[in-house]
Design a protein around this ligand. Structure first.
Ligand SMILES: [Zn+2]
Ligand SMILES: [Zn+2]
Length: 276
């Protein structure tokens, strides 16, 4: 019997419209993979009909909580089911988001920038790629500075929307000030394993950024960003190796918005191989 010490921290459900499977499907996979618990983090509803094709409607929020509650009861005693949400951060919506993070007794609030969404393209996208990059990383710092969230999700996602011009050394001009600003807030940052399926096939963030995060003692949270159940716990061993190679010794998860650290060695020993 393994010592279960880890929580999956980032996963969606069919309520997000571009993900498949129910909370139960994801929870079953989390249990098989050796997790102690599983955090559901569907995309937040947004006002004004913003990108409705990738998120629940405001009217579905109670349905979301009921879904999580039902599976929590069903898995009681063998897997903790936590209530989280992935919030799209928009500076103009801070008042709305300030309310929204209190809509439920959240365990974990992720703050995200999705540069592919219609409102982002309309409000922030510019033709000049250098300026585009600068705007994105400024917004990433603002996620942490808003003090609304526990963790910043996939903090270099922009690289997949400018793969031809992406140059990590040049990007550091914007990334270093962003990391200094995030470090000053105490907010955690995510190592999102789903990046290996994106245009630039590496995790978000890549190892150069992780090293700079470690230099600043920024707490790190691994998340799979599962949009299908069998992505729960995917590539966590590689993520742990990457973190160790840049000097991290611990990873983190959140319950009741409080951070708990787990030694990387314990984390690695707790993961189970899933046979398909
Ligand atoms: Zn999604
Ligand atoms: Zn996301």
């Amino acid at each position: 019997m393994n010592d279960r010490v880890l929580y999956e921290t980032h996963s969606h459900t069919e309520l997000c419209k571009h993900a498949q499977g129910s909370v139960k499907d994801y929870a079953m996979r989390a249990e098989e993979r050796g997790f102690k618990g599983h955090t559901v983090t569907c995309h937040n509803p947004l006002p004004w009909g913003w990108s409705p094709q990738v998120r629940m409607f405001e009217e579905q929020f109670q349905e979301y909580l009921d879904m999580i509650h039902e599976v929590r009861e069903a898995f009681a005693g063998h897997l903790d089911i936590l209530t989280g949400m992935e919030f799209d951060y928009v500076p103009e919506l801070e008042d709305y988001l300030l309310q929204q993070v209190t809509w439920a007794d959240f365990d974990y609030c992720l703050g995200s920038i999705h540069p592919q969404t219609d409102y982002y393209l309309e409000k922030y996208k510019v033709d000049d790629e250098v300026e585009n990059r600068r705007i994105y990383f400024d917004l990433i710092a603002k996620i942490a500075e808003s003090d609304l969230f526990d963790c910043v999700s996939h903090p270099d996602l922009i690289k997949n929307f400018m793969p031809d011009v992406w140059d990590i050394d040049q990007a550091m001009t914007d990334i270093i000030p962003m990391l200094d600003r995030v470090a000053a807030t105490g907010c955690a940052m995510e190592l999102n394993t789903s990046g290996i399926h994106k245009k630039i096939a590496e995790m978000n963030p890549g190892s150069e950024i992780l090293r700079e995060m470690q230099n600043r003692d920024i707490p790190v949270v691994i998340g799979s960003d599962a949009h299908i159940p069998n992505r729960v716990g995917a590539q966590w061993e590689e993520a742990l190796d990457m973190l160790e190679s840049v000097g991290y010794t611990e990873i983190n998860y959140f319950i009741q918005r409080q951070r708990t650290a787990v030694a990387i060695s314990d984390a690695r020993n707790s993961l189970l191989t899933v046979h398909v």
